[in-house]
Design a protein around this ligand. Structure first.
Ligand code: 5GP
Ligand code: ZN
Length: 138
């Protein structure tokens, strides 16, 4: 399943060039052209799925295995001390390309990148109520 208007489908098909790192039957990994740090890599399924809610769970093993392999290689190549795996779903979450992809972002002890601020619940009951509300939609 591909979408002729999707930039990542076109990269997966080789119609648009990329700085390729890894590919197998199901997955492609290539450098993000606007890296947070050099070595910032995107891992995509070759088939077109918009986001986490639409990607078939059966692809999970291929994607997880590629993430592990590529992240280890990014660490070695960049000398990073850590890495983030990020995956944005929806405009509100910062998704700009609507073909699901995972970011591997190498991180360095002194890079002082802030991800986001965390808050708190007013009390334990509010936290339990939130958990119950989410669970009721499963
Ligand atoms: P999102 O914001 O959707 O999670 O991430 C999309 C990412 O794709 C961005 O980090 C952006 O820099 C990257 N990107 C967008 N178009 C291209 C492209 O044509 N080639 C490459 N290599 N990366 C792209
Ligand atoms: Zn696509």
């Amino acid at each position: 399943m591909t979408d002729a208007n999707c930039i990542f489908c076109r990269i997966a098909k080789g119609e648009i060039p990329c700085a390729k790192i890894y590919e197998d039957d199901n997955v492609l990994a290539f450098l993000d052209l606007a890296p947070v740090h050099h070595g910032h890599t995107l891992v995509i399924p070759k088939s077109h799925h918009k986001d986490m809610l639409e990607v078939p769970a059966e692809l999970g093993t291929s994607i997880f295995s590629a993430l592990q392999k590529v992240a280890a290689a990014v660490m070695k190549a960049t000398g990073a001390q850590g890495f983030n795996v990020m995956q944005n779903n929806g405009l509100a979450a910062g998704q700009t390309v609507f073909h699901i992809h995972w970011h591997i972002i190498p991180r360095f002890d002194d890079d002082s990148l802030e991800m986001w601020e965390q808050g708190s619940y007013p009390d334990a009951a509010a936290m339990q109520a939130m958990a119950a509300s989410v669970a009721s939609h499963l």
